[in-house]
Design a protein around this ligand. Structure first.
Ligand code: IMP
Length: 195
């Protein structure tokens, strides 16, 4: 079954495709000829996920889903949160975002660097909205480690692990990650519709 994912982020497509399995083929707005921006203008991750899915639904009238993710750092009062993508300013710069985060946490001991990734997937199916949330708890590392993944992965150590997310294989990340957990809920919902 084909399913439209409202994103231009190849990393997200690869992660979610790995989790959805062979029953589903992900297509993106680019496959339908749309390469423009997908707006995310709200103050919460859930609202942004819905906005992205609604934008693509309005454009193509096809069932689709979107993902919005934020990194919430307790020492920083939940920042960067919904502003994670543009934490170091515009245009979006994932490397500078990590540099800024480590600077803000300079001198803060590991135990106080608790954080979580929060991911909301919004699905619009036949005009009806469904949302699925996944959370991954962990700590921000003292320095970046690892080359896999994307975004803040090099500085996020999932709870109970000694490696950053950027040191985990795609399969390992998908088992414990915020996105992997949200996709599990999406898959359970899609399967429940088929049975
Ligand atoms: P968005 O969901 O694409 O708006 O992402 C918000 C910010 O979080 C961007 O800076 C992404 O690079 C980052 N981000 C999203 N998902 C992940 C992830 O799975 N690991 C690390 N960083 C992520």
């Amino acid at each position: 079954m084909e399913i439209l994912f409202a994103t231009a982020n190849r990393n997200k497509v690869i992660e979610i495709a790995g989790k959805l399995g062979e029953d589903y083929k992900i297509i993106t707005p680019a496959d339908l000829g749309y390469e423009g921006d997908i707006p995310e203008t709200h103050e919460t991750i859930a609202e942004n996920a819905v906005e992205k899915a609604q934008f693509i639904w309005d454009k193509f009238g096809k069932n689709c889903f979107a993902d919005d993710t934020g990194l919430e750092v307790d020492y920083l009062g939940g920042a960067p949160g919904v502003y994670s993508a543009r934490y170091a300013g515009t245009p979006k710069d994932p490397v500078q975002n990590v540099v800024k985060l480590l600077k803000e946490l300079d001198g803060v001991p590991f135990e106080e660097r608790t954080a979580r990734f929060r991911c909301v997937i919004a699905l619009i199916e036949d005009g009806e909205l469904h949302t699925f949330e996944g959370i991954c708890e962990g700590n921000i590392s003292l320095t970046p480690m690892g080359t896999l993944g994307f975004g803040y992965d090099p500085v996020f150590i999932p709870l109970g692990m000694e490696r950053t997310m950027a040191m985990l294989s795609l399969e390992e990340k998908n088992v414990i990650s915020h996105r992997g957990r949200a996709v599990e809920k999406l898959v359970a919902y899609l399967h429940s519709k088929q049975s």
